[in-house]
Ligand binder design. Structure first.
Ligand code: UT7
Length: 330
């Protein structure tokens, strides 16, 4: 079997930092509440005129450089995002143009916070099937643009950013690469976490704007419970499918939504604190971008070496959830 291997990672976070103290001046909240309930201290906000495609392009350039791969060698670009530059065409096509990846076909994938693991699963299948040899997989968001900055329940939680990986076909018999992907969804929870007024059901207009429909809505408390349950079950599913124990995992890189969710999940999966990568304090929840950004930081920070077992788990709107088990290749 030919496995897809990660040969480059990259990320880009906008320069502007918005701290909890800044948000205290915007809505009725406090740094203490935000830190205690979420672990978030600050988040990044895209500059005026800086779009999801721009963040994604910068992350992609860094991943291509690390892999030593030219943009023209890429066969496929998949971008997990819910904040594309336009509803359509795909922001992945804009990234393709920016990079000059003329031999790739490109599409966006809408699975909210699970967008990156879904995209990784598609690209891994593409390579394993032999259809292509090199793929660029991205998670990129400018959530600050769809946040209701008058709603303290949600505006403290999210941020902007982008991460990318290069996937390349390994050799027959290689033991490293993407070992497994397990993806799930359940549409019955749709209205616990969604953006009601930006599709054809409620087109943005004065009336829907008055009702704040074009913005992200979340029943945080309800989402929290299902998130812990689903992240736990899908992480255990990945361990079981690969005949592994929690102790075998070198690094668990979960979707970064809330520190309490990560800690509760890690405890249920029996992972120790030092096995869990957390950067939610710096960036908040960047939806599809959290996992590739964390992976890039972990690798560049020297936390990952060839042969390490890396477990990714994500949960998000839809609901969608999924896990990926990787034997690290670099
Ligand atoms: O990425 C996709 C998945 N998303 C998630 O996983 C997010 C899941 N949910 C969460 O992370 C948490 O539920 C939140 C951080 C959103 C909320 O934390 P919580 O501990 O579940 O709080 P809560 O919603 O039960 O609210 C507790 C209280 C409420 O006041 P009352 O009704 O008890 O008087 C809220 O009105 O906290 C109040 N509250 C706030 N207070 C100060 C809500 N937001 C704020 C705020 N500042 N920003």
């Amino acid at each position: 079997m030919i496995r897809a291997r990660i040969t480059g990672t990259g990320s880009y976070m906008p320069e502007k930092i918005l701290t909890n103290f800044d948000i205290e001046k915007m809505v009725d909240t406090s740094n203490d509440w935000i830190v205690a309930r979420t672990g978030i201290e600050e988040r990044r906000i895209a500059a005026e005129g800086e779009y999801t495609s721009d963040l994604a392009t910068r992350a992609a350039e860094r991943a291509l450089e690390m892999a030593g791969v030219a943009a023209s060698e890429i066969d496929l670009i998949v971008l997990g995002t819910i904040t594309g530059d336009y509803p359509w065409p795909a922001t992945a096509c804009i990234v393709q143009k920016n990079l000059g990846a003329d031999n790739a076909y490109a599409y966006d994938l809408s699975a909210a916070c699970s967008g990156f693991v879904y995209a990784l699963s598609c690209a891994s299948d593409f390579i394993q099937s032999g259809r292509g040899k090199k793929a660029l997989v991205l998670g990129a968001e400018t959530l600050s643009r769809i946040i209701d900055w008058q709603d303290r329940n949600t505006c403290v939680l999210f941020g902007d950013g982008a991460g990318a990986v290069i996937l390349e076909a390994g050799e027959e018999g290689d033991e490293d690469g993407i070992l497994s992907s397990h993806m799930h969804s359940d549409g019955s929870y749709l209205d616990l976490l969604y953006q009601p007024g930006f599709g054809t059901r409620h087109m943005p207009n004065a009336e829907t704007l008055e009702d704040r429909l074009p913005y992200l809505k979340m029943e945080g408390n309800e989402v929290f419970k299902v998130a812990v349950r689903s992240l736990t079950s899908v992480s255990l599913e990945a361990l079981q499918a690969n005949n592994l124990n929690a102790d075998d995992v070198s690094l668990f890189i979960p979707h970064q939504a809330n520190k309490r969710i990560l800690e509760a999940t890690a405890k249920r999966v029996k992972l120790k604190d030092e096995q869990v990568y957390i950067n939610v304090h710096k960036y908040g929840n960047t939806s599809g971008a959290t996992i590739p950004v964390a992976m890039d930081e972990a690798y560049r920070g020297g936390l990952l070496k060839k042969g390490d077992l890396v477990l990714l788990s994500a949960f998000g709107g839809g609901f969608t959830w999924g896990s990926t088990m990787i034997r690290w290749s670099m």
